[in-house]
Write a protein that binds this ligand. Structure first.
Ligand SMILES: CC[C@H](C(=O)O)C(=O)SCCNC(=O)CCNC(=O)[C@H](O)C(C)(C)COP(=O)(O)OP(=O)(O)OC[C@H]1O[C@@H](n2cnc3c(N)ncnc32)[C@H](O)[C@@H]1OP(=O)(O)O
Length: 300
C-alpha cells in the first residue's frame, strides 16, 4: 500500500514537472540555469505575493510590497512562480484577477535587485525566469484580468500584458519605461504588447516610453474598460463583476474556451485547429453538453 501511494505521488510529481516544462519557454538547452537564479533571487527578500481562491472560481492574486509601489523583490519573483504552479493545479478555477496592494499596481523589478544583478548571465537568467513564469501565467486555463490602479511601470506594465484583459481605474497609467533605463522589456512584455495593440502602437509605446492613460489605453485596446471606483475595495468588486460575466457557467466549458483562445493566439493555424478539435472532444457528449441539450435550445 505504502509503495503504491509512493509510486502514485512520484508519478503525479513527474507529470507536474513535465507539464511545467511544456508550458515554459526556456530549459537548460537554452543556457537557462534555474536553480542558480532561484538561489540568487532568494537573497533579495521583501514583500509577498498572496493568492486567495474564491468559491466562485475566481482567484485573487495580490502584489504586496506597497512601500516600494509593489516592486518585485527576488522573493516575490519566486513566490509568483509558486502561485502560478498552484493555479495550474487548481482544477475548479475559472478566472484570475491580479492587482497591487495600496492603490497602485506595480513599479516593476525592485531597483536594488536590478543593480545587484547587473552581470550579463544574471540578467539573462532573471529574464528567462520571469518569461517562463509569465508565459505559464498567460497559458493558464483561467480568464485573467490585470486590475490597474495607480501605476504599472516597467516590469509592472509587462505583467499586465500576460493577462487576457486589463481594467484601469481613473487616473491610472501603464508605462513601459525601459528605454529610459537603456533597456527593452525582458519579461516578454514587448512580444505580448505587439499582439495586443499591433506593431505600430507597440513601437510607439516602447520607443517613446509613453505614459498610457486610461483614455489612450481604451483607444489602443490595451484596456477593456475604465472602472468608476478608485479605491481598492470598490475597484476589486467592479473587476469581479466584470469578470463574472465571462466566468459564469460550467468550469469545463469556461476553461476550454480559454484554452481554445490560447491555442489560437499562439499556434500556427493548423496546429490551433487540431488543438480546438481536441478540446472540443473533451466537452462533446459531456455533462455540460448533455444538460444543455436537455434544456430549451433557443438562445433568445
Ligand atoms: C529590467 C527592467 C525591469 C523590467 O521591466 O523587466 C524593471 O521593471 S526595472 C524597474 C522599472 N521601474 C522603475 O524604474 C520605477 C522607478 N520608480 C519611479 O519611477 C517612481 O518611484 C514611481 C513612478 C513608480 C512612483 O513615483 P511616486 O512619486 O508616486 O512615488 P515615489 O517615487 O516616492 O516611490 C515611493 C517609494 O517606492 C520606491 N520605489 C518605487 N519603485 C521602485 C522600484 N522599482 N524599486 C525599488 N523601489 C521603488 C521609491 O524609491 C520610494 O521609496 P522611498 O524609500 O520613499 O524613496
Amino acid at each position: 500500500m505504502v509503495i503504491f501511494i509512493w509510486k502514485n505521488l512520484l508519478q503525479t510529481t513527474k507529470e507536474r514537472i513535465l507539464q511545467q516544462r511544456r508550458m515554459s519557454v526556456y530549459s537548460q538547452a537554452h543556457g537557462y540555469e534555474e536553480e542558480l537564479i532561484k538561489k540568487k533571487l532568494q537573497q533579495f527578500a521583501g514583500g509577498s505575493i498572496n493568492l486567495t481562491k474564491e468559491d466562485n472560481g475566481i482567484g485573487i492574486l495580490t502584489l504586496n510590497n506597497p512601500k516600494s509601489m509593489n516592486a518585485f523583490t527576488g522573493t516575490m519573483m519566486l513566490e509568483l512562480q509558486e502561485k502560478v504552479t498552484e493555479l495550474e493545479n487548481w482544477k475548479d478555477g475559472k478566472g484570475l484577477i491580479i492587482y497591487g496592494a495600496g492603490n497602485t499596481f506595480c513599479s516593476g523589478s525592485d531597483l536594488n535587485v536590478v543593480k545587484a544583478m547587473s552581470k550579463f548571465q544574471d540578467g539573462m537568467n532573471m529574464c528567462m525566469f520571469m518569461q517562463n513564469t509569465l508565459t505559464r501565467l498567460m497559458r493558464l486555463p483561467l480568464i485573467s484580468v490585470a486590475l490597474v490602479q495607480g501605476k504599472a511601470i516597467g516590469g509592472g506594465a509587462e505583467l499586465t500584458t500576460a493577462c487576457d484583459f486589463r481594467l484601469m481605474t481613473p487616473g491610472s497609467e501603464i508605462r513601459f519605461v525601459h528605454k529610459l533605463m537603456g533597456l527593452v522589456p525582458g519579461w516578454g512584455g514587448g512580444a505580448r504588447l505587439v499582439r495586443i495593440v499591433g506593431s505600430r502602437a507597440a513601437l510607439q509605446l516602447l520607443s517613446g516610453a509613453t505614459r498610457v492613460d486610461t483614455e489612450r489605453a481604451l483607444h489602443l485596446g490595451l484596456s477593456e474598460e475604465t472602472l468608476s471606483s478608485s479605491d481598492e475595495a470598490g475597484a476589486l468588486e467592479e473587476a469581479r463583476a466584470w469578470l463574472s460575466q465571462y466566468t459564469e457557467g460550467p468550469v469545463s466549458v469556461i476553461r476550454a474556451a480559454k484554452e481554445v483562445v490560447a491555442g489560437g493566439r499562439e499556434l500556427p493555424l493548423e496546429a490551433a485547429l487540431r488543438t480546438e478539435k481536441d478540446i472540443f472532444g473533451t466537452l462533446w457528449g459531456g455533462p455540460a453538453n448533455l444538460q444543455a441539450l436537455a434544456r430549451s435550445l433557443k438562445h433568445k
